[in-house]
Design a protein around this ligand. Structure first.
Ligand code: CO
Ligand code: ZN
Length: 333
């Protein structure tokens, strides 16, 4: 197994739906501690790691929260209704396993009388195998969050499993931090692991406000255009290198920052692709709109089946992204 897989297994296995990032934060802090000078947590739960310098302030951000579900109501038979935490697609949810913070597991199923194409979240429920409502309440209470549970594996240079979005971005930052730990640079480096991205980019803006960076770079997953019969063409393939974001639904990146990221890739032998994501947004947008505005860019890991329990990406794209970011961090004067 690759080092990327080992780190993803550790950071990706931690329970961390939006607003409940504590376990992820602890897992990351335990690894990050040896690479940096200072580590703090703010009121929103952002983890801010700093490698001090007197030069340019560069902020690198990866969100640590994941999508999930929250229990809203339990019926007399003990079936649990739920609402979504972040963007869920019903086709990804049928017959999958979810896990609550206390370890309770359940299966998501649906009301069969509703035609499949008409199903909404309201027709789905979680079955924890309870005898009745009182029995279910022993294990799950209203307001409890749950996350996808599925195996994580590495095969032929590819990672697969839940929550590459965005624990693989967190892993990318950790790898870049390791490479930068002994680097000769005067730049003031901030590695921020943000909270609540999946529910509306809520943590990143506050973190960037307090850091006041000269340039901010978000690291997250992006879609690919390499699957059979895709509806929307996209010039990003899994395994062809990290993608430098041009724009998505939430942001148009700063041209000079895009160019500098591509140059950093060229300087260290990492091939890059250009990303234009026609749906979805990232922390990049919140970083850009902080204070009087911040110059931003984003580096994305091309990922298939995003927001399903079986996301897929290439190890080499993650390694390339980390190398590129480390190069970018020392190259900005
Ligand atoms: Co996401
Ligand atoms: Zn994400």
């Amino acid at each position: 197994m690759s080092k990327v897989f080992d780190l993803w297994n550790e950071v990706g296995g931690a329970f961390g739906p939006s607003g409940r990032e504590d376990a992820v934060r602890e897992a990351i802090a335990a690894i990050a501690g040896e690479y940096i000078d200072d580590i703090t947590t703010d009121a929103l739960g952002n983890l801010i790691c700093r490698k001090k310098g007197s030069g340019k302030k560069l902020l690198f951000a990866a969100h640590m929260d994941s999508i999930g579900v929250v229990a809203t109501w339990i019926d007399d038979k003990g079936f649990i209704r739920f609402s979504q935490v972040g963007g869920l697609f019903k086709g990804d949810l049928i017959n999958i396993t979810v896990r609550f913070a206390n370890g309770t597991r359940g299966v998501i199923s649906y009301e069969e009388k509703t035609p499949f194409k008409d199903l909404t979240m309201d027709n789905l429920f979680i079955d924890i195998g309870a005898k009745d409502k009182a029995d279910a309440e022993q294990y799950v209470q209203i307001g409890d969050f749950a996350v996808f549970e599925a195996p994580r594996f590495e095969q032929n240079g590819v990672l697969c499993g839940p929550y590459l979005d965005n624990r693989i971005g967190c892993v990318t930052l950790l790898l870049a931090m390791e490479q930068l730990a002994e680097a000769e640079t005067e730049n003031d480096l901030y590695f921020v692991f943000t909270s609540q991205e999946e529910v509306g980019l809520r943590g990143a803006g506050a973190a960037a406000f307090s850091v006041e960076p000269d340039i901010a770079i978000a690291v997250d997953v992006t879609d690919t255009g390499d699957l059979p019969e895709r509806k929307t063409p996209m010039a990003v393939d899994m395994g062809k290198g990290p993608a430098v974001k041009v724009m998505d639904r939430s942001v148009i990146c700063t041209p000079a920052v895009c160019a500098a990221l591509e140059q950093a890739g060229a300087d260290c032998g990492v091939a890059t692709q250009r990303e234009i994501l026609q749906f979805g947004g990232t922390d990049t947008a919140a970083l850009q709109k902080t204070r009087a505005g911040v110059q931003v860019g984003a580096v994305s890991i091309p990922t298939r089946y995003i927001h399903s329990p079986s996301e897929m990406c290439a190890v080499s794209d993650v390694e390339g992204a980390a190398k590129l970011l480390a190069r970018f961090a020392v190259g900005q004067n």
